[in-house]
Design a protein around this ligand. Sequence first.
Ligand SMILES: CC(C)(COP(=O)(O)OP(=O)(O)OC[C@H]1O[C@@H](n2cnc3c(N)ncnc32)[C@H](O)[C@@H]1O)[C@@H](O)C(=O)NCCC(=O)NCCS
Ligand SMILES: Nc1ncnc2c1ncn2[C@@H]1O[C@H](COP(=O)(O)OP(=O)(O)OP(=O)(O)O)[C@@H](O)[C@H]1O
Length: 234
Amino acid sequence: MLRVGLTGGLGSGKSTAARFFAQRGAHIIEADSIAREMMQPGGAVYTAIIEHFGPTVLLPDKQLDRGALARISFGEGRVEELNNIVHPVVIAQQATLAQQIFERDLNAVVIVESALLFETKHNGTKHDKTGQNEEPPSAPWRARFDCIILVTAPEELKIERYLQRIAGSPLSPERRAELTADARRRLAQQMPDERKAPLCDFVIHNDGPIAELEWQVDELWPLLQFSSALNHKH
Ligand SMILES: CC(C)(COP(=O)(O)OP(=O)(O)OC[C@H]1O[C@@H](n2cnc3c(N)ncnc32)[C@H](O)[C@@H]1O)[C@@H](O)C(=O)NCCC(=O)NCCS
Ligand SMILES: Nc1ncnc2c1ncn2[C@@H]1O[C@H](COP(=O)(O)OP(=O)(O)OP(=O)(O)O)[C@@H](O)[C@H]1O
């Protein structure tokens, strides 16, 4: 078994890398999807978010208004408040899902894909609900992962890809400026790649064509499989 963290800033290409790893047999746990599910009505953090941020984050159909929540979190400097509600539960759920996979397959390579591995002070333990009562461990990711991979790209390229992913159609100059500013606010909440890289075991450089990203995945995959088999033996 091998617990791998796959991280990278907004638009770096980590979901694309995760897809390539999945095609080779890795089990992918997407932090974003878990968080989205838990924010649905009836989900684990839905009520806490409304109680904390108030009814302005609700749409008429009772879904959370992600746009409003993004404006408050990133635009008004309140993202840490949202993180304190969402991250402990999402991280605990990642551990539960990984455990379920390892119970079925001791040789599994489980990859947790998340934009925020180093940024969060949470480690998903049951004492971790508020993020306030306990001194957080200085490097909580160490206990969570056997190995960490960073997907990196220059900031301007990340922003371009982020726009491409969410826009779909050509953007007006005003909308482009608005989304670029939004991307920069989000990136400002993420640790720069220069600080992340030394904390990682492998770095995938995604500043060329997608085929080059896939080649790097091809190089790494046998190492992950080998490490997983070694872990199983010992
Ligand atoms: C604020 C929310 C509702 C905005 O939703 P929206 O659909 O606009 O964005 P989405 O979730 O698709 O995120 C897009 C990108 O923004 C960046 N981002 C998201 N949350 C954060 C955060 N807390 N800090 C820094 N960057 C973030 C990531 O690069 C992410 O890939 C949403 O991002 C959210 O709930 N964030 C808090 C939970 C979280 O940290 N999720 C990310 C990993 S668990
Ligand atoms: N090497 C590449 N060349 C061209 N396009 C790419 C490349 N890598 C990724 N992309 C595209 O860029 C966009 C963002 O990639 P992806 O969704 O994998 O990034 P991400 O790191 O998961 O982003 P986010 O944190 O915003 O969810 C996608 O539309 C993807 O197809």
